[in-house]
Structures are given as C-alpha cells and as structure tokens.
Write a protein that binds this ligand. Structure first.
Ligand SMILES: Cc1cc2nc3c(=O)[nH]c(=O)nc-3n(C[C@H](O)[C@H](O)[C@H](O)COP(=O)(O)OP(=O)(O)OC[C@H]3O[C@@H](n4cnc5c(N)ncnc54)[C@H](O)[C@@H]3O)c2cc1C
Length: 483
C-alpha cells in the first residue's frame, strides 16, 4: 500500500512536468509547432503497431457504474488484459432517451477499440454545425465537420442515440469478457483494501476499484477523505426532447432540417437550442437550455411542455414550429464542478472518473467524451507499469494529467455558455461580425466560435488521451522523449 507522502511527491512532480509544457500541450519546443506534433505522431505506437499494448501486470479491477464512463473504461481495461467486473445498481441499463454527440477526441478511441460494428450503423455523421440567430434562424457561425474534422483530427464527429451507444458499449464489453452485473448496487467503498460491500451485503475484492458512479458519486467522498466537493448549480436547466422525423417531413417549413444531416444551434438571450437527427434520421433530438435556479424537487412534469414553449416564445418561427411538435420532455438541471484536489484515494485502492470526477455543463458536448478519454488514459498508463510497486505512481500520473485536461474542458464548456447567451446588443454584434469569415467560407484564423477556432479545435479534438498520459509517464520515470 502506498504512503500518502509518496503519491503526494508523485503529484507534485507530475504537476511541475505538466506546467513546464507550453500552452498548446506540445513538448520540448518553446513555440507551438505542428511539425513537432507530426514527428511525435510518427514515432507513436499507434502507427507502428495496431495491436493494443498488453498490460505486463494484470490486475483484477472492479468498476462501479455501467454508464458511458464505466462501460468505456471496462472496454479500455479488459482489452489490455485486465479482468474487469462492473457493478451497476439499476436492474437494467437505461440511458435517457436522447441523443449524444461523439466528438473526434472520443470517436478516435472508440473506433480504434473496435466499437463501430457494435453500433450497427446507428450513428449519424453531421456535415456541419450551424449557429443561428434566435429570432430568424439566420446563420451567424459555421463549422464544417465533413470532410474537415476527419481530415484534421483523424476521426469523425458522430451523433447517436444514447441507448444505442450504451448498448454497443455493453455488447462490446461483454464480448471482451467483462462481467457486468446489473441490479448490483455498491453500498460502501473502503479506502483500506480495494473492496466494496454490495447492497446485499456481499463483499467483493479486487486490486483496484474505479468509481464511475456519476454526478452524485459516493466514491468521490471516500477519495476526498470524507469531505465531498459536489458540483454546483450552473444557473441553467435543459429540456431534452425528441420529435418524430416523420411528423416534420410533412411540413415544408421544417422538413429542410432533416434534408442535410447537420447540427443546428439557435442562440439568444440566456438561452439556446441544440438540434440534430439521430437513429438513422428517424428522430430529431433537441436540447433547450434556459435560465433556472430553482430546486429540481419543485419542478412539475405536468407543466414541463407548456413551460418549455413559454421559454422560447418569439424565437425563429421555423424553430418554434418544431418546438410545438414536442409531446414529451424531460427537464434536466445543469451542474458544473471545479477540478477536484485528487481522483485517487490516499491508499491508492480507489479512484473516480467520468461525471463523478468532472461534472460540466454540456455546452462543449464533451462530458461523456472526457469519460472515454479517462478510461483510455487509465488503461494506457496501467499497461506501462512493470511491477506492482509502480501502480501508485501510474495512478498519480493518470490523476494529474486527467485533472488538467478535464478542468480545462469544464472551463471551455462555461465559456460556450457566455459566448452563446448574449442578449442583442454590442457584444452579440461583435461576436457575429467575428464569425463572418467562417459563414462566408473564408479561411478562419481565429473565431469566437470554439468549434471553429483552430487553436481550440486542435486542443479539444486533436487531443490523444493515450499519448498524453504515456508521455507524462515517460517523463516521470525519466526516459524522456524519443526525439
Ligand atoms: C443535456 C445534456 C447533454 C449532454 N450531451 C453530451 C454530448 O453531446 N456529448 C458528451 O460527450 N456528453 C454529453 N453530456 C454529458 C454526458 O451525458 C455525461 O458526462 C455522461 O453520461 C456521464 O457518464 P458517467 O458514466 O460518468 O455517469 P452516469 O451516466 O451518471 O453513470 C453512472 C452510473 O453509475 C450507477 N451507480 C451510481 N451509484 C452506484 C452504486 N453505488 N452502485 C452501482 N451503480 C451505481 C448509476 O446507476 C449509473 O448507471 C450531456 C449531458 C447533459 C445533461
């Protein structure tokens, strides 16, 4: 078992290594260099060897939670040769009936792991993201996704129904040999020994316990030594809804939204509406964000549809026509968190990841993508250790690299909220003028639109979670770069 001071030293060391990198995350140059990035990529394992590096130290790992975070981590670990068991409290898997975006930093990993056949063509690839003015739907920002994103970041930008993604992950994990036990809640975590007690009183042991138990995580409390750092209300809530595409197809005012598969985002005063088609074009997915500070226990499901319509009264008539087609909606509180002090318990037996570790508002569409990166980074660093004694350091490196990355994504998500929610006025006009080049198809050197801005794009979508943690590990153990 590791002493607290040892992992503390590891944390300080890795933090100083990460700080000595420049802002773009490039290593060993003091200026941002895409040429260096290219050279590093050539020397990476991915290019030289298609097969995943098998762990030399094979571990028995318990994962708590079969959400997108728990399942993707299970896949990432099992394919490296670890033995993984997932405990899920719900009697059956049940992601909410809504869409989810899979940006390239996540799709690159999922495709590399071989998830595509399990998705069975249920994914859609939107051609572009159009940012539209709230009042009339005119395009004020434009990010071309096809072919640009695949060319730039080596992976597509997908959208998919959540249930399809979760089922694909579940099937793939089971195929790899992961044991997934539903109806098996964990009642208590122990920081002494990697052990959990289930709701039915059974004790389960492993070499490591991963708490992927979501935003209300109990594991987080244990990791933080009993003093929880729960997320706070972001001042917004989102209505989630799906409209039957058949209904829209009959109306020429709105059927154009289905014709070219793309994401459309209407932005206005403190509100926005994100839309895209999923389920092979059969459903139109909508997320309608609006200001909300009240306690969710006071919300009334019976009035949700009417309340939602009232929020968007006076918006683009074409959008409002689709809003009027919504028959059912679910109102969801939006929460945000600050980076935790640590993700790994002092005994190094328990760690948290996914929403348990980094809750964020969904405005970068990166919450689950971060969980996929977490799983990839954990599996990568654990495949690099050569003795049990190194486990605590590997976890320390994982923790520092991931806290930095996910903390930045929490920030970027909040920044989108600021950029999208201007009331009409000088700030909104300045933003729209600054996005004119992308709308007119001219080269974009910089943009307030974080999806289009080359610097933010590279950081968000070009990020390679496995490489980043492997580089940090190499630096930590002193091998240095191959260059
Ligand atoms: C409106 C909205 C839109 C979003 N859009 C996107 C998007 O487009 N792209 C994106 O990447 N992200 C998006 N996100 C974020 C994404 O949904 C989450 O980040 C992600 O689903 C979190 O996954 P998780 O596995 O960490 O947690 P969860 O999905 O919460 O899973 C936790 C699991 O643990 C189980 N559990 C909890 N406690 C226990 C216990 N004690 N024992 C056993 N099981 C337990 C729960 O039952 C649950 O199944 C969005 C979020 C919202 C709110």
């Amino acid at each position: 078992m590791a002493s607290d001071s040892t992992i503390e030293e590891c944390r300080r060391h890795v933090d100083s290594l990460l700080e000595s990198r420049d802002h773009s995350g490039l290593r060993k140059t003091s200026y941002p260099s895409n040429s260096l990035r290219f050279l590093q990529h050539l020397s990476s394992q991915e290019i030289q060897n298609d097969k995943p590096l098998q762990a030399k130290i094979k571990l028995k790992i318990i994962i708590v939670g079969a959400g997108l975070g728990g399942l993707s981590t299970a896949i990432a670990l099992q394919r490296r040769g670890h033995t993984v068991t997932v405990f899920e409290r719900a009697p059956e898997l049940g992601e909410v009936g809504a869409g989810i975006q899979i940006p390239p930093n996540s799709s690159r990993l999922l495709l590399k792991w071989g998830l595509l056949p399990f998705l069975e063509g249920k994914q859609n690839e939107p051609a572009a993201i159009r940012m539209r003015r709230w009042q009339d739907g005119s395009v004020v920002g434009l990010t071309q996704l096809v072919p640009d994103f695949k060319e730039k970041f080596g992976a597509p930008y997908y959208v998919v129904h959540r249930a399809n993604l979760q089922l694909a992950m579940y099937r793939m994990a089971a195929d790899l040999g992961v044991e997934i036990r539903t109806g098996a809640g964990v009642k208590t975590y122990s920081d002494e020994g990697s052990r959990v007690v289930l709701d039915n009183g059974r004790v389960e042991e492993a070499d490591l316990v991963v708490g992927a138990d979501g935003i209300k995580s109990e594991a987080r409390k244990v990791v933080l030594g009993g003093e929880d750092q729960p997320p706070h209300k972001a001042g917004f809530a989102a209505y989630r809804a799906m409209v039957d595409a058949e209904k829209m197809r009959d109306d020429p005012d709105v059927s154009w939204l289905l014709d070219s598969p793309g994401q459309n985002l209407w932005v206005g005063d403190k509100r926005h509406v994100m839309t895209y088609t999923i389920a092979g074009g059969k459903s139109f997915n909508m997320v309608l964000s609006h200001p909300e500070d009240s306690d969710p226990s006071t919300w009334r499901q019976e009035t949700a549809v009417a309340d939602m319509k009232a929020h968007f009264q006076g918006w683009d008539p074409q959008l409002f026509k689709v809003i009027k087609m919504i028959e059912e909606t679910l109102k969801w509180p939006l929460l945000s968190g600050k980076p935790l002090k640590r993700w790994v318990s002092s005994s190094c037996n328990l760690l948290v990841l996914g929403d348990a570790a980094h809750p964020m508002v969904p405005y970068m569409s990166e919450g689950a993508a971060m969980a996929v990166e977490d799983g990839a980074a954990l599996a990568e660093v654990l495949s690099l250790i050569t003795s049990h004694n190194q486990l605590q350091f590997a976890l320390g490196v994982f923790e520092r690299v991931r806290i930095l990355r996910t903390g930045q994504m929490q920030e970027a998500s909040l920044v989108n909220g600021k950029l999208w929610h201007f009331a009409d006025g000088p700030e909104q006009r300045a933003r729209d003028v600054a996005m004119k080049a992308e709308v007119e198809g001219r080269p974009v050197i910089e943009s307030p639109n974080q999806w289009s801005d080359p610097v933010t794009q590279r950081w968000a979508y070009g990020y390679d979670a496995e490489k980043e943690v492997a580089d940090a590990w190499k630096d930590f153990v002193g091998e240095g770069s191959k260059l």
